[in-house]
Design a binder for this molecule. Sequence first.
Ligand code: NAD
Length: 335
Amino acid sequence: MKFILFNAREDEKAAIASYQKEHPEITLDIYSEDLTEETMAYMKKGYEAIIVTQVVEIPEAAYRLMKEVGIKVFAARSAGFDMYNLQLLKELGIRFTRVPVYSPFAISEFAFTNAMYLSRDVDLIQNNVETGDFRLKESITSTEIRKKTVGIIGTGNIGRQTAQLFKNSGANVIGYDIYPSKVAEDFLTYVSSVEELVEQSDIISLHVPATKENYHLFNKELFEHAKKNLILVNTARGSLVDTTALLDALDNQQIRAAVIDTYEFEGPYINKKVDLEEITDEVFLRLLKHDRVLYSPHVAFHTHTALENLVHIAIDGARRILLGEEVEEELKLDE
Ligand code: NAD
């Protein structure tokens, strides 16, 4: 079998190499570039599958060339697929597979760790240390997690794991989901609305997908329901939070702090070395500079385990489809 892989990043090299070691029967040609009008010529007759993880749009001509050279499977090294033209893949008869679950532990651990960092005021303590202020003060007297209520919005794969981490640490955990899960009831108590959850929670962690219904779920009105000591954690999707409303709520001391791993307009910055002086997005600049925001550039998933799963499950999905096996991760485009 011969596959072509685009967008290979430096941090994925070990995972790609370990897959190649396990499957020497597959010839894998690897390119670090995106698949564009310029690079599509790398696709030649003989390739049976293409493996990508691409944020920028793939040109229609590239999809058509896949068909021409005989590619039968398109495998995405990601859970999301809104960036791919599935309609065209369907028309061309190219099958599509992806990696819906690669490590819920990676994201939940990141949400938990950063929430605990702010919950124990480590940021404030560090600021004091930097100025030589080693005194014990009311402003750095924290509340233990056992005395706090943690609200989980979205109790799917990642939300449930996050709930478990907080529960195991002694927190009172409540949850909200449009489809409550029986399994989750072992470690959280469901409430019947987002407002109810917001009114009770000291920490809120978001784990729902971005949909039309929950666009700017956290807006000015919802922040008005929040407790003054709320720490909001968003490792899900940027569009769930109206960032200006969040920054205003922080400035007005309506809420206490925020962990932001996903920002609504993060597109131009993610996985890039950026000159901070050249950023013109005023809201993003405000977010970056805010004292009580722990910002990270969409890295919650980024562990060795997650990378290995993303690479291995994507390539292996293509291999197994070509061998005629039933692949759980395949999205059946014709159904
Ligand atoms: P999942 O599909 O397993 O769970 C999502 C849950 O949200 C489901 O239980 C669903 O019923 C619920 N839900 C959907 N819309 C809702 C709404 N409006 N209100 C309440 N509940 C709602 O998804 P997952 O794998 O747990 O992923 C959760 C989020 O994490 C997604 O937004 C995903 O994009 C994000 N994510 C972020 C990173 C990162 O690196 N930061 C990595 C992977 C996934």
